[in-house]
Design a protein around this ligand. Structure first.
Ligand SMILES: Nc1nc2c(c(=O)[nH]1)N[C@H]1C(S)=C(S)[C@@H](COP(=O)(O)O)O[C@H]1N2
Ligand SMILES: [Mo]
Length: 309
């Protein structure tokens, strides 16, 4: 397969990995720890640390309990049906306010960019959360390649639309107007915490998690993290986003994790950290900006986050 492969784990024979994996390991948001070389980069799950030492969510849950409505409404549908999506070849169409629009091969878009380990808290608006070890590329690095103009204030992303391979796009039960779209303000998109994930748990991203690449914005609710992206468009005006179009009273454009602003159907004050069971719910307080406030609060200075939910 020509597309970028995240080295499988465990592997003792990775010699070229420093070409792909930065010698930085992010523990949560801010701390960058030096790696003691490729040999020491044991990718076993128990060597990753979540923010504040939180335990990682087991890989089987990260790749088995998903939202990807293109494959169905149940959390287990993506793992069951996403293999029906062809992810190679993959193309990315870039348009709008930039100097280098075009229809690119995915390999060319990511070529030469650094893949880093990013262990992030991930919180769904449905009030469950995980701690996930992604392998990702800084979105700022990707976007810079296309040279956004001074008129670019937002960036819009679009998911693959291919009903023949995505049974949820054929379903009469779906209330979503396909394709799935999402957007960020350009400063949010360029923030160093924002990544395009290409791997998880040291492997290529499984289809159910948004292969070959998907957005991850750790201070926003999960639905902002659009999967299987085929279009990037730089815009002057705020783009549409699927969940806002589907239920505008429930989902806004910004979707910053905020324990003080409840969703009409769910409190956002607490969350169930997976694994969570009836007898061991693993419930914890939700943190402002999902715990990344120190890094991102300034992006929203002066904004009323009750109105801009
Ligand atoms: N294209 C697309 N992207 C999507 C979704 C979707 O249905 N379609 N669901 C979103 C929601 S609601 C969540 S919580 C996350 C889930 O990501 P995960 O399955 O990797 O945990 O993906 C987001 N990205
Ligand atoms: Mo979600």
């Amino acid at each position: 397969m020509p597309r970028f492969k995240v080295p499988a784990i465990p592997s003792s024979e990775i010699t070229s990995e420093s070409a792909f994996v930065s010698r930085r390991r992010f523990v949560g948001a801010a701390m960058a720890l030096p790696l003691a070389g490729a040999a020491a980069r044991a990718l076993a799950g128990d060597t990753w640390t979540g923010p504040d030492g939180e335990a990682l969510t087991p890989e089987a849950i990260v790749t088995g309990y998903n939202n990807f409505y293109e494959f169905g409404l149940d959390k287990t549908d993506p793992a069951e049906y996403a293999h029906e999506m062809t992810v190679d070849p993959w193309r990315v169409e870039v348009s709008g306010e930039c100097a280098r629009p075009g229809d690119y091969a995915y390999e060319d878009v990511i070529k030469g960019l650094t893949v880093e380990d990013r262990v992030y808290r991930f919180r769904c608006v449905e009030a469950w959360s995980m701690v996930v070890p992604w392998q990702g590329i800084s979105l700022a690095d990707v976007l810079a390649r296309f040279e956004p103009t001074g008129d670019a204030r937002f960036v819009e992303f679009t998911t693959l639309h291919r009903p023949a391979e995505m049974r949820g796009q054929r379903s009469v039960f779906s209330s979503i107007d396909w394709p799935y779209v999402e957007g960020l303000r350009l400063d949010e998109a360029m923030h160093p915490l924002t990544i395009m994930a290409v791997g998880v748990y040291g492997r290529d991203l499984p289809n159910q998690n948004g292969a070959p690449w998907r957005l991850v914005v750790p201070w926003k609710y999960g639905f902002k993290s659009i999967k299987s992206v085929v279009k990037i468009r730089f815009t002057r005006r705020q783009p549409r986003n699927t969940w806002n179009l589907t239920a505008p009273d429930e989902y806004g454009f910004f979707a910053n994790v905020n324990p003080q602003v409840d969703h009409p159907r769910w409190s956002q004050a607490t969350e169930r950290r997976l694994p969570s069971t009836l007898f061991s719910p693993n419930r914890r307080d939700t943190l402002m900006f999902n715990g990344y406030g120190e890094q991102v609060a300034s992006l929203y200075a002066g904004m009323d986050l009750r109105r801009h939910f």
